[in-house]
Ligand binder design. Sequence first.
Ligand code: HEC
Ligand code: HEC
Length: 742
Amino acid sequence: VPARAASKRPPRGAGRPVVRGRVAFALAASAWWAGAGLGCSAPDRPAGGAAPTSAAPDPLAPLAAFEQERRAAADFARLPPSDRALGPDPVALRPLPAGASAARFVGILRGRDAVVLLDASLGEIARAPSPPSPTGLAIGRGGEIYVAGERSSEIARYRVEGDALARAGGLSIEGVHGLRDVAAAGDVLYAVEEHDGRLFAIATGVPAARRELRPGRGAFKVARAGDRLIVDCLLEHALVVYRVDARGLPLEEGAITLRHDGPLWGFDAIAAGGALLIAAGGVEDHPLDRTGGSFGFIDSFAYLYRVAPGADRAERLAAINVSALGVITPKALVLRAQQRGFAATVSGYGGDRVLEAAWGEDRSAAPRLSTRPAPPGIAMLAATEGGGAVFADPLLDVWGTLPPDGVPSLAAPPEPAPAPARSAASKVGEALFFTRLMAPWNLSDDRLSRFTCETCHFEGYVDGRVHHTGRGDVRVATKPLLGLFNNRPHFSRALDPDLTAVADNEFRVAGALSGHDPWFSAPTDELPWVSLLGASEPDLGPEGLRRSLMTFLIEFTHRPNPSAAGRAAFTAREREGASVFERRCERCHAARLASDVEASRVPFDRWEPQTLSPEGPIVWGRSGYEKTGIMPYVHEEGARVPSLRRLYKKWPYFTNGSAADLRTVLDWARFGEADGRPVFYHRAPPEAPLASLTEGEKDALLAFLELLLSQPKSASRRSVLKNQHIFVANFLAPGYTPPGGG
Ligand code: HEC
Ligand code: HEC
């Protein structure tokens, strides 16, 4: 059993892995292709690439001026949320059951709150509104379509009627602000919710039944295979495998947890001869090591697991370093049974190859590996007849077809209304963040890694890890990278004063040890897909690449707050919590619209409308260090006061990751006075004669924080709910007809 299956690595010190042959994407949407004024071949390599000479005093000065200009023009109270600004974002698609006519597919557009019906060549036939920010898509056995979104408690149901998508009821799950994924098998629907890590199973037949389990933090993908149900928990770094009962409801008893050191970004599973096979993509199962001067052991891997019939544990059959093969941050995998053995297709969001791994009858033999070009940005793959697949690509904003052999073809979803203008620089910036464009020459040998920012910042947020910094015993939890524009200086040590510094430093750090000058131009001959971004030469030179990354980070604003949706007023408890916050917390977690501008403070009487607006623009943090007892201090003056905005996407809490929930944060808080000045500790020395928050203050604060941070209420009662099966009445919404008409 190979622990790390052999891979075709470029010879050591070879400098740069070269993508052989041009990626010739046959584009189905020819209007889009022609309109963009692009040919299939890559443009010439832009001029530039030389390191700045001493004649150019400060190569970053134009970037600092650019940042200053954007800040001067920005209204921080009204920065548009990034959920729509970054394009239609096709994130999932699935084939509809074969009917009399040609193949059809259904897909969801996360950035347009829409579900779409597609023809065999992925051209759009029909579109219907979906729950906001759709991320989950399932097809029932009769072809019913189920869609769930991140800002709604609803699972919406649709039917295809001729060439139209017709809304056909749906159901709502009480006590959640959003759902991340949905699956269907028989008459049971499964949905997962990431904030609180819950799984809901709803049997829609007669009698209806519902079960709730807690697989763990960041539950974001769910799939059924045979008599097992698998949930991927991003922040717990685990796949949880449940057995289901005769009705298809998952059983807590006998659940198997496959735990890794870091996140698993995607998986696929099949039942084969009573056994369960799981192919998963994730980060190398090893702690980060920064002793080599760069990021060690954060390559991307594909893992193969097998759960034997009736077994209570899983066996790892393979761990393949797919970064070495050009497949980086694999989120989308397809596992298929073949005549003899089985095969996995593994695509990488951050790379530009797709891997086929085939196992014969002897599972313990090394798989046959082959790769071919594919565009970066594949978020989901769905198998089609004959060994091919279709995919959704929110990075390039396209649907695509991956034939069994040959080159993929792409089709962009039409934009019916005038699309919000988006610059090529913004797209290049997104590609720098999410693909190998930022460090094109990184290798994956030994302690070197081929990674993207998303290796630790999933979808721009976090990985639930607490990483060694390489400085003494300092370990720090990852931070979300949305909303950076008005939240400077950056990092807990606050050593990057602005985004100009962030951009320049990240180029240096990401490619360190690659043997290449970080002041480079995009190597469009090696990464021909870059031409799909429509960028001109200036955007792809060394200064342009940095400006592009900054442009993207400026536009990478927080998504709308799910818990504020549809609300106009605080509850009495939330209002009480806001006033405790003002008294106890706000001198540090300041109600500013820009962390370093004191005058941007929002007065208390404006907190309510600002908190409940879609932008929810208050930073709840400020520049400046504080020593609050969270050890070790990352800087001689403590740590920068962090922003509490959308904290539900950051976990665990505190720089050192020592608090697992907000109740703990409040239990530890101590305050008082010293020398006539207020003192506050998040974790005080035990002997200090300081006061705690009263239970009443904690309850009120939690209500306010839950709203602010979008934590579902039950998060604080985790222990009570844990390990219990909970049935909730009234889950069937009026007007809902169960599948099959029952
Ligand atoms: C190995 C994991 C890892 C990778 C890869 C990584 N980061 Fe981070 N990032 C972290 C951690 C951990 C922190 C928190 C550090 C701290 O608090 O000082 C962080 C924090 C940040 C911050 C500061 C956020 C704030 O609120 O102050 C920025 C900016 C950032 N990362 C940008 C990037 C970019 C851009 C990339 C891609 C080039 C990247 N990171 C890749 C782990 C990573
Ligand atoms: C004296 C300044 C100060 C006060 C007052 C203060 N905090 Fe903090 N807070 C900080 C600092 C500094 C950190 C980061 C500490 C660390 O993790 O290194 C922090 C961290 C946090 C975090 C974790 C954030 C994260 O990104 O992990 C939460 C939650 C929090 N504070 C909530 C509160 C609440 C609620 C109050 C009021 C009861 C409060 N704080 C009062 C300075 C303060």
